[in-house]
Design a protein around this ligand. Sequence first.
Ligand SMILES: [Mn+2]
Length: 360
Amino acid sequence: MDRRETFEKRLRGVRAYMKEHKLDGAMFTSYENRRYYCGFTGSNGYLIITEDRAAMVTDKRYTTQAQQQTVDVEIIEHAANRLQLVAETVRRMGITSMVMESCMTVDEYFPLKEKLGDIRVVFEQEYFLEQRMVKDEEEIACTREAIRCAEAGFDKLLPKLRIGMTEKDVADELHYLVSKEGAEALSFGTIVGSGARGALAHAFPTNKVIEDGDMVVVDFGVMKDGYCSDMTRTLLFGNVSEAHKRIFDLVQESQDLAIAAIRPGVLARDVEDAHRAVYLREGLDDYALRGLGHGIGLQIHECPRIVIGNETVLRPGMIFTVEPGLYFPNDCGVRTEDDVLVTEDGVENLSHTPHEIHIG
Ligand SMILES: [Mn+2]
């Protein structure tokens, strides 16, 4: 598919929504949806869609970039009175009713609403998130490349790791290595939690020294062409106690069961249940979180959410994380995270880094 076809196909989904809800326009204001529906990667823009046209209001920093990145989108440059021009453009395109993303801030919405006058506005978020939930070939390829950069950097990190390094040393080294592999950015702030700090699910790397016997949770991701990867490994430094190693093994078992349960037609909650069965059996469910994973894409957290009770039906092309964990406050934490793709007949694990890694 060329770029024109890609965006036409995605916009057909928007236009189907407009038709179904008897609207004659749509406006996108988030970075991710602008990028998804027209390819523009700038930080400011109002993408306005009608039945047969598309226009984007942006500022002078981005005029040339927007012209280069988009296909068949009229680029309109705004000066000081941004919202005035947005409202005028909406009216000029003949829109009388439109759907907007509900993530717009109230600070921005109320002044815009006033300028839109009698143009009817409805809000939607879920529908567009669901459109992005099933990835096309190009999106899958970008995600694979993001995972490759992350894993190649991580692989080069392992021989450099030593007892006595700090959590921050680990994160700094990793960031340099993934960047060298071609990562364009980090998907989120890297987590390094050693020893008891591993129980903090989102531990920010500190100057704490990694000691003999620490289990160290390293959770990070990188972006490639806008698409995020996300992986976690719990590294076993030196002589890890038998009690801690047993926890580590239970998390691996729960991940294996979850991945084995993934195929088209299965509900997200069934995959969640499959991993939780291990913790329930062991009487350890209180030490797990309430979810197993999340979709990844242009955002680090997308649909489908693999959480308790979620009835989303898994479909080929969905990419999400499988990240079981056990967290014992003031003692230790373990998490292992792979990224998986739902295929026509089952699942492909896109992550290839070994799960059990000993250091020193
Ligand atoms: Mn994750």
